[in-house]
Design a protein around this ligand. Structure first.
Ligand SMILES: *Cc1c(COP(=O)(O)O)cnc(C)c1O
Length: 434
């Protein structure tokens, strides 16, 4: 069996054809799908395609694989848990993998966040956060607070509640307008980190909050880095002012750190850039080092007690809640993070990305090159032809997934300078070819 595992599994043309005809891929059409590349295996920062080619993964599989693929300690965590139990229901049962993981999460997040709700994906952790906020106000005898205030260009997931607070244009709200609750949207924060802060930048947000405070359950946003809604970075002072305004109006603050959590921005959590603590925190993506689907919603004691006032139960319970395999691998991933000086790695990657990508601001096709933490973005003037760009990149031995006008990288923290050089050189070539 061991031998078998090391042999490339050839993907037959029939399999690719079946895929094309029957299987939906993310954010694509079933009738005219984009090309997909068949992966045989992955190791370190490299994907090995079924045809034998290898590419360096600058996407970390949608930002999750921070320690690299096929990590021996993460593999061992899963194998040893597998021999005990793959899964048991979490209703009425508990187990050491879940307790250990939640203890770690409570320890590594700011002190007031001390209650954990485990779920199976980021979107669900956002749904849970929104339900918790509404139920908190119910418990506090203000049941009229059921709306959410957010900022444009945000992304919080693809389920309905989460989608209702995504950017209305990117999230295609017009398709679902009959189903989506009407939330409140402030303009996207206009000032980048490092730019001069200008108090007028918060005024539209402050005005909306003041006008609607009595109907708002919570403000929800991605702290400092807006991910899938446009890969934009904003001034931490904006976040600090949001926290102050929420306190002033007695509104909860939900921080969606699903993309930013666990070091990606140079701090363990992006909220730290502004020294703020949310009332509710969502984490996911890198939580398991990219091994399995798992997310968590953390809440303060105040929120948890409000939501469960008068013996009210919290009506949410995913079938695979607290899955022992996912919890075991997440615990080891967090342990690795604590031990492996992620901060130096992220700083090293940031330095490299700045040196290689910021000069590309000079290129005619580039609208803006920007870097924050281990995130490097080239925003083009025109939309990218994904299929063409992707095949150019694969030719160069690099895997990236452009969207809209954006060509960006969020590499695994373990990527070496030499490998990073391949990624940034490929980005430069694409940008120069446009
Ligand atoms: C990816 C993401 C989500 C959704 O997570 P899924 O696991 O894909 O459901 C929510 N919020 C942010 C900020 C994300 O980056």
């Amino acid at each position: 069996m061991t031998v078998h595992r090391n042999l490339a599994r050839i993907m037959l043309p029939e399999s690719l054809q079946f895929d094309r005809q029957h299987i939906w891929h993310p954010y694509t059409s079933l009738t005219s799908p984009l090309a997909v590349y068949a992966v045989d295996s992955a190791r370190g920062v490299r994907l090995r395609f079924a045809d034998g080619r290898e590419v360096i993964d600058g996407m970390a599989s949608w930002w999750c694989v921070i320690h690299g693929y096929n990590h021996p300690l993460l593999n061992d965590a899963l194998k040893s848990q597998l021999d005990r139990m793959a899964h048991v229901m979490f209703g009425g049962l508990t187990h050491e993998p879940a307790v250990e993981l939640c203890r770690r999460l409570v320890d590594m997040t700011p002190e007031p966040l001390e209650h954990v709700f485990l779920s199976d994906s980021g979107s669900v952790s956002v749904e849970v956060a929104m339900k918790m906020a509404i139920q908190y106000w119910y418990g506090r005898k203000e049941p009229g607070r059921q709306r959410f205030l957010t900022i444009r260009n945000g992304y919080h997931g693809d389920t309905f509640g989460a989608m209702s607070v995504c950017d209305p244009v990117n999230g295609m709200h017009h398709l679902f307008s009959g189903m989506l609750p009407g939330q409140l949207f402030a303009p996207a924060p206009g000032i980048a980190p490092g730019e001069q802060w200008d108090e007028s930048a918060i005024s539209p947000f402050a005005a909306l909050l003041e006008e609607h405070a009595s109907e708002i359950a919570a403000v929800i946003l991605e702290p400092v880095v807006q991910g899938a809604g446009g890969m934009r970075f904003y001034h931490p002072e904006y976040l600090r002012r949001v926290r102050e305004l929420c306190d002033m109006h007695g509104v909860l603050l939900i921080a969606d750190e699903i993309a930013t959590g666990f070091g990606r921005t140079g701090r363990l959590f992006a909220c730290e850039h502004a020294d703020v603590v949310p009332d509710i925190l969502c984490v996911g993506k890198a939580l398991t080092g990219g091994y399995m689907s798992l997310a968590a919603t953390l809440a303060t004691d105040e929120v948890a007690r409000g939501a469960c006032a008068d013996n009210q139960v919290f009506m949410h319970g995913p079938t695979f809640m607290g899955n022992p395999l996912a919890c075991s691998v997440a615990s080891v991933s967090l342990e690795l993070l604590a031990g492996n000086q992620w901060q130096q790695s992220v700083e090293r990657i940031e330095k490299w990305l700045k040196a290689e990508l910021l000069p590309l601001n000079e290129l005619a096709a580039v609208e803006e090159a920007r870097v924050f933490g281990a995130i490097g973005v080239l925003e083009m003037k025109e939309r990218l032809d994904v299929a063409r760009v992707q095949s150019m990149l694969v030719e160069r031995g690099v895997w990236l997934r452009p969207f809209g006008k954006l060509l960006y990288t969020m590499p695994p923290y373990v990527m070496s300078d030499e490998e990073l050089a391949e990624v940034t050189a490929a980005m430069r070539e694409v940008a120069a070819s446009l």
